[in-house]
Design a protein around this ligand. Structure first.
Ligand code: GLU
Ligand code: ZN
Length: 285
C-alpha cells in the first residue's frame, strides 16, 4: 500500500518549533517513501479552536516549504461521522452515559484510594446505566469492550508496529493495562459529542493513513487507538512517535510559549534553514 501520513495540529495556538519538527518529520518520511503527506485540522474543541490559528498554521507550514494533498480535512465538518462511530459502539452495548462532574469523579476516586497511589481512571460510577440523558458524556465500558473482543488472551493478539526511535518494534494490547491505565474513557464529551480518541481513529482510517507520525507524548494513547480500531473494524496503521523538542531548560514546548512560535521566529528574521538548525536536522528543506 502506498505510504500516507499526516500532520494533525489543533488550531488552539500558534505553531512552535515542536510542531515544525513533527510536520517536517512526517513530510520527510512521506517524501522518502514516495508517498503522500496530508494535513488535518483537529478543531473538534470548538471553544478553544480559532480560525485565525488555522490560517496561521497554513502560512507557517508554507513558510517552512511544505506542501500537502488537498482537500485538507477539518474535523469540525465531520461531527456526524464521529457520532456514527459512537452510535456503533453504543449499539454493541459497550457504551454508557455519564453525568458525573469532575468533582464527583475526584471525590469517588479519593474515597476509593484512601491514600493508596492509584491512577486517576474513572471509578465507574455510572457503569451499567441504560438511560440516555441529553447532557451526558458517553464512556466506553472497557471491561465489556475487552470481552467483546474475546477476552484478555484474544486482546493480546492485537498487535501494531512502532517505527519511532524510542520504542521501535511490535507492540500488543494488554487488557490489564487498558483497565488500569485507561479504564472507561470518554468517547463523546457532553459539549461536543465526540473526543480526540474517536475522531483520530475515524479520520486516520478515512484519510487512508498507513503510518501515523506524531510526538512521543501521544505514545501512551496508542493502545486506546488500537482498541478502537479493533472495535470499529478500522484498518491499523503503523505508528512513528518522534522525540519531543524541549527548550533550553529541558521543558517541553507548549503553545503558550509565544517566544518560540514559528511566527515570532519569522518576524525576528529567522529563515526555515535557521529552524532546521535549531531542530538539529541534518538536512535542509
Ligand atoms: N491534534 C493533536 C495535537 O495537536 C495530534 C494528534 C495526533 O497526531 O494523533 O497534539
Ligand atoms: Zn459518571
Amino acid at each position: 500500500m502506498a505510504y500516507r501520513t499526516r500532520f494533525a495540529p489543533s488550531p488552539t495556538g500558534l505553531l512552535h518549533l515542536g510542531h515544525a519538527f513533527s510536520a517536517i518529520t512526517a513530510y520527510e518520511r512521506a517524501r522518502e517513501a514516495e508517498g503522500q503527506f496530508l494535513l488535518r485540522i483537529e478543531n473538534i474543541d470548538t471553544t478553544r479552536s480559532r480560525p485565525e490559528f488555522e490560517d496561521a498554521i497554513l502560512s507557517d507550514l508554507k513558510w517552512l516549504g511544505l506542501d500537502w494533498e488537498h482537500p485538507v480535512t477539518r474535523q469540525s465538518e465531520r461531527f456526524d461521522v464521529y457520532a456514527d462511530a459512537v452510535r456503533k459502539l453504543r449499539d454493541l452495548g459497550l457504551v454508557y452515559p455519564c453525568t458525573c462532574t469532575r468533582r464527583d469523579i475526584a471525590a469517588a476516586v479519593a474515597a476509593r484510594q484512601e491514600g493508596v497511589d492509584q491512577p486517576p481512571v474513572y471509578p465507574g460510577t455510572c457503569r451499567g446505566r441504560t438511560d440516555a440523558p441529553v447532557d451526558a458524556a458517553w464512556r466506553l465500558n472497557m471491561s465489556a469492550a475487552i470481552d467483546h473482543l474475546g477476552g484478555a488472551a484474544a486482546v493480546a493478539e492485537l498487535t501494531w508496529t512502532e517505527t519511532g526511535p524510542d520504542c521501535a518494534g511490535c507492540h500488543h494490547l494488554d487488557a490489564e493495562k487498558l483497565l488500569k491505565e485507561h479504564g472507561d474513557i470518554v468517547l463523546a464529551r457532553r459539549d461536543i459529542g465526540t473526543s480526540y480518541n474517536v475522531a483520530v481513529v475515524v479520520d486516520d482510517a478515512e484519510q487512508g493513513i498507513t503510518e501515523v507520525v506524531r510526538g512521543l507524548d501521544l505514545f501512551e494513547e496508542t493502545p486506546v487507538h488500537r482498541l478502537l480500531q479493533a472495535l470499529l473494524n478500522l484498518p491499523v496503521p503503523d505508528w512513528h512517535h518522534h522525540r519531543l523538542i524541549r527548550d533550553e531548560n529541558g521543558k517541553r514546548l507548549a503553545k503558550r510559549d509565544d517566544a518560540k512560535s514559528l511566527a515570532s521566529l519569522r518576524d525576528a528574521g529567522r529563515t526555515p534553514a535557521d529552524v532546521a538548525r535549531m531542530l538539529s536536522l541534518d538536512h535542509g528543506f
